[in-house]
Design a protein around this ligand. Structure first.
Ligand code: NAD
Length: 281
């Protein structure tokens, strides 16, 4: 139900609040979601460009794709929902678990203590050699492949636009062991970063969650779905904010509120009782 009054009463009474964030949060910033329009890159599904197998078979193409995503994210701006959430931690014991890798919550000033990027970020780069521990944080060089520089103004997601030719040698290499570097994001079939998951678990276990916000995500994949279920078992009430109402009963089970629409409009409106109204549209 879309009941702002009962939601606001519960929000005000809540001490501990968790939020699960997905690609829909950044849609208003112009970053395509995986299911919506613009999900395909040059006609290729993102799954085929975001796996260790794809990287092994064609590291140049996988890097060109990530170079593109970094470029889009760096030129996007955080939206009103990123800002509203970034401020919630000043008023409540708050934990945001984000599946997004675009760095927009971080750029909105979301304190790292209240934000766990469980899928990593496009701006952390690590060595692809599992024996090597090289990690570079907050690398915002754009383009990260110098040969891609002239293509800044062209839409490289369009298969009709030719990709600049890049050799393996021109990809970023590890300064420690000279293996290929790669984005430190969680690709399909990979395990999530243990340290980040532990921090989420520590917070979830250190007291009952009163309210869980599920924003712009299907919340259907592990561990996202489990966090919602766990909070619900602790007695949390659950609010979903999404442009689409999932027809699948499993995802709507135990849901207390559903607010249909753009997260950038709805999230600041929902939180204004706590953070004030500077981000309301
Ligand atoms: P998804 O693309 O599978 O789903 C996006 C969800 O957002 C859908 O439920 C859709 O209905 C909803 N949505 C779309 N526009 C919205 C808006 N304006 N306001 C509110 N909701 C909106 O994304 P997901 O569930 O986050 O999971 C897929 C994976 O894709 C994640 O692991 C994530 O790492 C990755 N991803 C990240 C980004 C990013 O960093 N911005 C972008 C695309 C995909």
């Amino acid at each position: 139900v879309e009941d702002y009054v009962s939601f606001t009463q519960h929000l005000n009474a809540s001490t501990r609040i968790a939020a699960l964030l997905g690609a829909g949060l950044s849609a208003a910033s112009g970053i395509p979601t995986f299911r919506g329009a613009g999900a395909l890159w040059r006609g290729i599904p993102p799954k085929e460009l975001s796996s260790p197998y794809a990287f092994r078979d064609n590291p140049v193409l996988v890097w060109q794709y990530h170079n593109f995503r970094r470029h889009i994210a760096l030129h996007a701006l955080p939206n009103t929902a990123h800002y509203a959430l970034a401020h919630l931690g000043e008023y409540k014991d708050f934990m945001a678990i984000t599946q997004n890798i675009d760095g927009l919550s971080q750029r909105a000033g979301h304190q790292t203590a209240h934000l766990q990027p469980i899928h990593g970020t496009l701006f952390d780069i690590k060595c692809s050699n599992p024996e090597c521990n090289y990690l570079e944080r907050e690398n915002i060089v754009d383009p990260i492949i110098p040969e891609m520089a002239d293509y800044g103004g062209v839409d490289l997601s369009d298969p009709n636009v030719s990709l600049p030719s890049v050799t393996i040698e021109q990809l970023p290499h590890c300064p420690k062991c000279n293996s290929l570097l790669r984005p430190a994001v969680v690709w399909f079939s990979e395990v999530l970063p243990g340290e980040v998951l532990n921090q989420v678990d520590d917070w979830m276990l250190s007291g009952n969650v009163d309210l869980m916000l599920v924003i712009g995500t299907h919340a259907s994949v592990w561990p996202a779905a489990d966090y919602v279920e766990f909070a619900r078992e602790q007695g949390a009430r659950i609010a979903h904010i999404n442009t689409e109402d999932p027809s699948d009963d499993q995802k709507t089970e135990g849901r207390d509120w559903f607010f249909k629409g753009d997260a950038a409009v709805i999230v600041p409106e929902l939180l204004k009782g706590v953070i004030g109204a500077p981000y309301c549209i």
